[in-house]
Design a protein around this ligand. Structure first.
Ligand code: HEM
Length: 126
């Protein structure tokens, strides 16, 4: 079974992404992360949803629309250090918990998210 299936398919991935961006939008602690994003988050929500479906082993919606993700290159316009990485991961950790992803699966996903988020760092300073 793929992580995509374990999570519960598209409706659950969508719920996770919605919660992730709702938290980013609402929680003052995530403001430095929110400020990097466009004022309207609908495009970001769609893109992360499409991307995560494929990243989790499900349908390749993102690649079908945009081709190779080139994720690190796409993040170069944003200054990402340890601070932004850890805020992103904290926001995702809360979203996983709040949409009720089972603890074992959430821990495994969090570890993979760490690797992807750490790879996105493009600033030396924290
Ligand atoms: C390390 C901390 C991260 C920061 C600060 C960050 C920030 C951002 C920002 C500001 C955007 C632009 C939003 C937009 O154009 O609507 C973006 C786009 C995106 N991010 Fe991240 N991100 C991080 C990590 C990640 C991770 C770990 C993933 C995937 C697991 C991810 C997936 C994406 C995707 C798929 C897009 C859309 C790319 C596009 O097609 O333009 N990001 N990110």
């Amino acid at each position: 079974m793929t992580p995509f299936e374990a999570l519960g398919g598209e409706p659950r991935v969508r719920a996770l992404v919605e919660r992730f961006y709702d938290l980013m939008d609402l929680e003052p602690g995530f403001a430095p992360l929110r400020e990097l994003h466009p004022s309207v988050l609908e495009g970001s929500r769609d893109k992360l949803f499409w991307y995560l479906c494929g990243w989790l082993g499900g349908p390749q919606h993102y690649v079908q629309r945009f081709g190779h993700p080139r994720l690190r290159a796409r993040h170069l316009p944003f200054s990402i250090g340890i601070r932004e990485r850890d805020l992103w991961l904290a926001c995702m950790h809360r979203a996983l918990r709040e949409v009720g992803v089972e603890a074992g699966l959430a821990d495994a996903l969090q570890e993979s998210f760490f690797n992807t988020a750490d790879w996105m760092r493009n600033r030396e300073e924290p």
